[in-house]
Design a protein around this ligand. Structure first.
Ligand code: 5AD
Ligand code: SF4
Length: 449
């Protein structure tokens, strides 16, 4: 069978899709281009309205392939699948499988069964209360990317119920993996050549604080993973400010391979809005975390998520967000207009901010952020760092070949190097020459290793 997976949304979905690819390939299935597949899998996101709408237009496109081959069918997975469920079967008869993020473990078998004509329609929408392991370390390391980077899931789901967020409804309660299993997977990856690991979870700071917990905190886990011999770069995402422990802050000063960057979603700078969002921290508490982080690791690059136009947000509240963005000096941020999601508490909150007002606030916020990003990048010109090469850069300049890498904080660094291959997964010592809008230009100053 030839299959094609399209992924929307966060890194958790990307990671889930990578697993599904490995699982189907191990059954002898083959990845194919869109025009040639018989089975289409959409891994979906419903965190905001826009990504949800994309799923419907994508299914419309897939329907066209039925003309080529009437046996073509589709599976919808992830958050929209969990939300809409069997509703997909009625709206799109060629959808034969729906699976939520907890149901994905059963997706390969279900797909096989449907392809063999055994089952007509399957819905895998049950939540589980304990993390279900999906593969052994051997299976995990069967095919690894040349970039020598890997994501490792440490948990699934979220218990926070921030008032705007659909995630606790679509991904279920928080379920931590066992720390030994996580460490073993990381070790197997590093032994197979992986140099950078990103620990993934909806709220990594509350790792272990659920049914799957065994008294090992996120800080303990970080220290255990960091000591794996040969692991050059360690990252984690996402962190909820209310749960970040002093030990995790301290880790930034103590663990050499823990990268100096942290994504710490602020959402709003106004205490009143934060309260309505049920974020459980104040502006002051957030600033004290930032202070601690900068003390532990002065070169730490902070990034964030921000929502504008939350119900009840006044111009003064919005000003507080702008103030916070300036005070913290985020390297970059993702900012979104508030979007009503079905079933979340904020749907019933009033007054709604008009779409025009929200768009205008978003523009002001993004202009401010662009200026700060520019300054942050300009401050790096002249410094020496190491770029971990991910591939050829899209940037071309006459005869020169440019390679794209990342510095330890995760900033993109483009480097002119004459080699036409062999540099992916290499560390290249560089000096920063120039700051662009969202990236840096560097020159090689040492031997790649
Ligand atoms: N409206 C707008 N943005 C949202 N996010 C989550 N839910 C919503 C919503 N209803 C944003 C938050 C979160 C990011 C992944 O998406 O900023 O951190
Ligand atoms: Fe959503 Fe809040 Fe959980 Fe993040 S912490 S996934 S914003 S409920």
């Amino acid at each position: 069978m030839k299959f094609h997976i399209t992924t929307f949304g966060c890194q958790m979905n990307v990671h889930d899709s990578d697993w599904l690819t490995r699982a189907l390939e191990s059954r002898g299935w083959e990845q194919a281009d869109e025009g040639e597949a018989q089975v289409y899998v959409l891994n979906t996101c419903s965190v905001r309205d826009k990504p949800e709408q994309k799923v419907y237009s994508e299914l419309g496109r897939i329907a066209a392939h039925l003309k080529r081959d009437e046996n073509v069918f589709a599976a919808v997975g992830g958050c929209v699948a969990q939300q809409v469920g069997r509703g997909f079967f009625e709206r799109f008869p060629f959808v034969k499988l729906v699976f939520g993020s907890d149901g994905i473990a059963g997706a390969p078998n279900a797909l096989e069964c449907i392809a063999e004509g055994g089952d007509d329609r399957v819905a895998l929408l049950d939540f589980v209360s304990i993390y279900e392991e999906r593969e052994t370390s051997e299976e995990r390391t069967v095919s690894l990317p040349d970039t020598r980077q890997a994501f490792v899931n440490i948990m699934q789901g979220c218990d926070n119920f921030c008032s705007y967020c659909i995630v606790p409804y679509t991904r279920g309660r928080q379920k931590s993996r066992l720390p030994d299993v996580v460490v073993e997977e990381c070790r197997a990856l590093v032994e197979s050549g992986i140099r950078e690991i990103t620990l993934l979870g909806q709220n990594v700071n509350s790792f272990g604080q659920d049914k799957g917990g065994v008294g090992v905190s996120f800080a303990d886990l970080l220290y255990r993973v960091a000591e794996i011999d040969g692991l050059h770069r360690l990252r984690f995402t996402t962190s909820h400010p209310k749960d970040i422990a002093p030990e995790v802050i301290r880790a930034f000063g103590e663990l050499e391979n823990l990268c100096p960057s942290l994504h710490l979603p602020l959402q709003s700078g106004s205490d009143a809005v934060l309260k309505a969002m049920r974020r459980k921290y104040t502006q002051e508490r957030y600033l004290s975390i930032v202070e601690g982080l900068k003390e532990a690791r002065p070169d730490i690059a902070l990034t964030t998520d921000l929502i504008v136009g939350f119900p009840g947000e006044t111009e003064a509240d919005f000003q507080e967000t702008l103030n916070m963005v300036e005070r913290v000096g985020y390297e970059s941020s993702f900012s979104f207009k508030y979007s009503d999601r079905p079933g979340v508490a904020a749907v019933n909150m009033e007054p709604k901010v008009s779409p025009e007002e929200a768009s205008e606030r978003l523009m002001r916020l993004q202009t401010l952020q662009n200026n700060i990003t520019k300054k942050c990048l300009e401050n790096l010109v002249g410094l020496e760092t190491v770029a971990f090469i991910e591939g050829l850069s899209r940037k071309q300049n006459g005869e020169e070949t440019f390679w794209k890498g990342r510095d330890p904080a995760g900033r993109i660094v483009n480097v002119a190097m004459p080699e036409s291959d062999g540099l992916i997964g290499m560390m290249v010592p560089v000096r920063i020459l120039e700051a662009k809008k969202h990236s840096l230009m560097g020159e090689r100053i040492g031997i790649p290793w």
